[in-house]
Design a protein around this ligand. Structure first.
Ligand SMILES: [Zn+2]
Length: 520
């Protein structure tokens, strides 16, 4: 599972939504997925053979272009006139699932774990999703086995996990993380996830404290077709994408800068690591030049289709093993844990700016809408033969108290800069190196708060969460951002303070690490 699809609905099915919430949100246009989540419409994928007579039977207005498919018929949205009786037979039997976990104890720091995972269950045959990336992970593990036999034993413990039950809701990884939560919070340094792999560019997201590590690794791995490093290709892509988004006149991001990591949302087995316990995580895979498109999650996801269209010659499978393997081994062998914090502190600042802008925009929009409603513009502009009711007025958006978060963000920037500067110092004796690593190992978990997010107490990470109605995409500073988006204004001030406290704890820890680095 990796793409945005209606199946997202199952992810939140257990979350109680506030009663009446649909009414207060009716002014916002909902997507089909949103609607399925809100009203819990059961969703079942069917073959085009079965869909064709149903679609043909619809009359009424033409479907908007984005709703139309590729069948040779005129897409209409109904209703009727045909009535369909649907009988759904589901197999509700309980099945056992099996995670496969392999552990190689570290020589120097057995209680510091570097974890790698990919699921092995599939909708049908699953050559693309998940085996394309699972076999790369196994190749990586095999290569590490050979290194160990040749005498290279990692300092830290390696844990390789082949998860089960991912397609049914990330069950295998979530159960494992929940079962070992206390131990993982103390010992997990990094979790590297993959899921689907194919021809194309490096796709990677995750903790911004890992941007430097990711960039260094990506600069050292060659793209099997393009003749440059996967890092150079990725940065070129990010520069081009940046051109489109930037205001005119501002310079493009530097070609030599770090690869930018976007925060993780959901859709694969990193979810429990990131959102439930706050382990620094990465999600990685190549793609974009071998679109899995229409065969994703169908019975056409076969070895033959993958071999022909996914990754001919399996070159990008090898590249995935080389990239993830380096991330794992560099972390497992590192003298000092490979975190740097300036980028993360900047990311927090940028997210806060976005949220403040969001509040201002929403406030202005509510006022404008009120004016347009008051002068009856909707009624006057509406087609007299087919009148449309005006939207509901929006509640006035108050001014929020961002101060705890603004102060925490500013302080985080100072502490992060101080750490990155002090960390550039060479030579630490063993005692100090150990103390430094101990102070950093669980730093990401300081972003979690046991109360969790409003209506989603399982989601404890205060910096990132899957957007409530954003499919697999992330929402940063979610407690605050979503409170503004969904007019839950009391929670906005509350979460500004809660997030601020988490960032303060993070900065405290950085200050402690700086003290270890600089004490005489
Ligand atoms: Zn998958």
């Amino acid at each position: 599972m990796q793409r945005g699809a209606v199946y997202d609905a199952t992810l939140y099915a257990g979350d109680p939504l506030t009663p009446g919430v649909g009414a207060t949100r009716s002014a916002k246009r909902l997507s089909f997925e949103d609607a399925a989540t809100l009203v819990r419409i059961p969703v079942l994928p069917i073959a085009y053979r079965d869909a064709e007579p149903l679609l043909e039977a619809l009359t009424g207005p033409l479907a908007p272009p984005s709703w139309r498919g590729g069948l040779p018929l005129t897409y209409r949205i109904g209703p009727g006139p045909t009535t369909v009786r649907l009988k759904v037979k589901s197999d509700w039997a309980l099945k056992e699932i099996h995670d496969v976990i392999a552990v190689m104890k570290g020589q120097e720091a057995p209680d510091e774990w570097v974890i790698r995972g990919n699921h092995h269950d599939a909708w049908v045959a699953g050559a693309w999703d998940p085996l394309s990336a699972n076999v790369a992970m196994l190749a990586e593990a095999k290569a590490i086995g050979a290194l160990v036999r040749a005498g290279y034993r990692p300092k830290r413990t390696l844990v390789y996990a082949s998860w089960d039950g991912e397609e049914a809701g990330m069950l295998g990884s979530t159960e494992w993380v929940e079962t070992h939560a206390a131990e993982l919070k103390r010992k997990a340094v990094l979790y590297v996830n993959s899921d689907v792999n194919g021809r194309g560019l490096l796709g990677i997201g995750g903790s911004q404290a890992l941007q430097r590590l990711v960039t260094e690794v990506a600069n050292d791995v060659r793209d099997p077709e393009a003749g440059v490093s996967i890092g150079a290709r990725k940065r070129a892509r990010q520069r081009i994408d940046g051109l489109a988004k930037r205001p005119p006149g501002t310079p493009p991001p530097p070609a030599e800068g770090n690869i930018v990591l976007d925060a993780l949302g959901s859709g694969s087995d990193f979810a429990a690591f990131v959102h439930y316990i706050g382990v620094a995580s990465l999600n990685i895979g190549f793609g974009g030049e071998s679109d899995i498109g229409g065969l994703y999650h169908t019975s056409y996801d076969t070895f033959s289709s993958y071999e022909r269209f996914g990754d001919p010659g399996f070159k990008y499978g090898v590249t995935l093993a080389q990239t993830a393997g380096r991330l794992m081994l560099r972390t497992a062998f590192a003298e000092r844990l490979p975190f740097s914090f300036t980028e993360f502190a900047e990311g927090v600042g940028n997210s806060l700016d976005e949220v403040k802008k969001l509040a201002d925009t929403r406030r202005a929009q509510a006022v404008e809408l009120g004016k347009v409603l008051e002068d009856r513009s909707y009624q006057i502009a509406s087609d007299p033969a087919d009148p449309v009711a005006p939207p509901v007025a929006e509640a006035a958006v108050p001014y929020f108290n961002f101060a705890p978060l603004e102060n925490a963000s500013a302080r985080l920037k100072r502490s992060a800069a101080a750490f990155d500067k002090a960390a550039a110092l060479k030579d630490l004796d063993d005692t100090r190196r150990r103390a430094l690593n101990a102070s950093l190992i669980d730093i990401e978990s300081l972003l979690t708060d046991d109360r969790g997010l409003p209506n989603r107490p399982w989601f404890k990470n205060m910096f990132t969460a899957p957007g409530l109605y954003a499919g697999y995409s992330a929402s940063t500073l979610p407690g605050l951002r979503e409170a503004i988006e969904w007019h839950d204004f009391e929670n906005a001030d509350r979460y500004a303070a809660i997030i601020g406290a988490r960032l303060d704890a993070y900065a405290d820890r950085l200050d402690k690490a700086v003290a270890i680095l600089t004490e005489k």
